[in-house]
Design a binder for this molecule. Structure first.
Ligand code: AMP
Ligand code: MG
Length: 331
């Protein structure tokens, strides 16, 4: 159980809660074309507005309570400050003002740029909207915030505004190193501890993977499923919601196999830090696809790791062994 009195706990939870509420408000206001439910995909501005709004809110809330802390976030305000994006800056300001009255466009840019820090001894890592494509499709996305200290992920806050669970839809997962992970509703009501599944037969393993085929290696994962005798079709979802699915036992395995078209791709720390802790603290195991521990000391990317394998722990060794023949020799 996490230390409920910790300041990190209170601020982190409040920050991702506010950001989730902002993102859902932006999504509700998104342009809908004539066909019911169809989005105007040409218009990327809702993503931008939600991304920047979520980052501004979270950086403001962290900066207020932890003024000395570094924040390493995905966005910066440079494009938002261009004259041609003035409407978007106005929209971001309007959405943030629902949470922090009297905010100005200058405040917004300043708060967003608090996220331009460099990884060091203690820093927060933030993906204000993970799974942008899912956000636009009205599918899964996540707001992912983690605290890294001395190379270890100490806290993970993962808001999954539309993820289904046994008590409804929309959840926030809060994990503290060595203290477990708890689930909350989007309005902050505690729903209880989260645990991985007890599936120990690889043939019954339920696999989660990216919707975007470019972010993983579908042929490798098909091969793997065949070799292990997995019959159930993989669950495809965007964002770190996949980590949440493994943590709460909806899935048993999350595989992010390196795509052969992007062999030099190295994962961004904000795409994994919060999810890594959520699965680990739910009793699962996360390594790269070769079985190496994820190394959080290499800057903004996991330079020493290739791909990611998250499981309920019981299936981890079997998965690594089944993966080995399909992987290129370790660089
Ligand atoms: P997902 O929703 O799990 O597919 O992950 C979305 C994330 O994939 C984005 O935030 C990107 O940072 C990341 N990404 C972009 N290109 C690649 C790639 N070639 N391989 C793996 N991940 C990628
Ligand atoms: Mg991301």
């Amino acid at each position: 159980m996490q230390n409920k009195n910790g300041e990190e706990f209170a601020v982190g939870l409040a920050a991702v809660q506010a950001a989730a509420s902002l993102c859902e408000a932006v999504r509700a206001a998104m342009v809908v074309e004539a066909a019911p439910g169809a989005l105007n995909k040409q218009d990327q501005s809702p993503v931008t507005v939600a991304d920047f709004g979520a980052q501004a809110l979270i950086c403001h809330m962290l900066g207020d309570r932890f003024p000395g802390d570094t924040i390493v976030a995905e966005e910066d305000s440079a494009t938002l400050q261009e004259a041609r994006h003035v409407d978007q800056l106005t929209a971001v300001t309007r959405f943030v003002a629902h949470h922090i009255p009297h905010v100005s466009p200058a405040n917004i840019c300043e708060w967003i740029d608090r996220g331009k820090g460099e990884p060091g001894q203690r820093f927060w890592v933030l993906d204000p909207i993970d799974g942008t494509k899912g956000f636009l499709r009205r599918d899964q996305y996540a707001i992912a915030l983690a605290l890294i200290e001395d190379g270890a992920v100490r806290w993970g806050f993962l808001a999954c505004p539309v993820l289904e669970h046994t008590r409804g839809a929309g959840a926030i997962f809060v994990a503290q190193q060595s203290r477990g992970v708890e689930m909350f509703t989007l309005d902050g009501t505690r729903l209880g501890l989260v645990q991985v599944s007890s599936t120990d037969d690889p043939r019954r393993g339920r696999l989660a993977e990216s919707v975007e085929s470019a972010h993983t290696n579908r042929s490798l994962s098909c091969e793997l499923q065949r070799s292990l005798g997995i019959t159930e079709a993989p669950v495809r979802m965007d964002s770190q919601a996949k980590y949440a699915a493994v943590a709460q036992g909806q899935a048993d395995i999350y595989l992010r196999a390196p795509n052969t078209r992007t062999p030099d791709y190295r994962e961004c720390i904000w795409d994994h830090a919060a999810g890594w802790l959520v699965v680990t603290e739910a009793g699962g195991r996360v390594t790269d696809v070769y079985g190496a521990e994820l190394n959080w000391t290499q800057g903004r990317r996991l330079e020493q790791n290739i791909g990611v394998l998250a499981t309920n722990r019981l299936l981890h060794q079997a998965m690594l062994e089944a993966l080995r023949p399909s992987l290129p020799p370790q660089p």
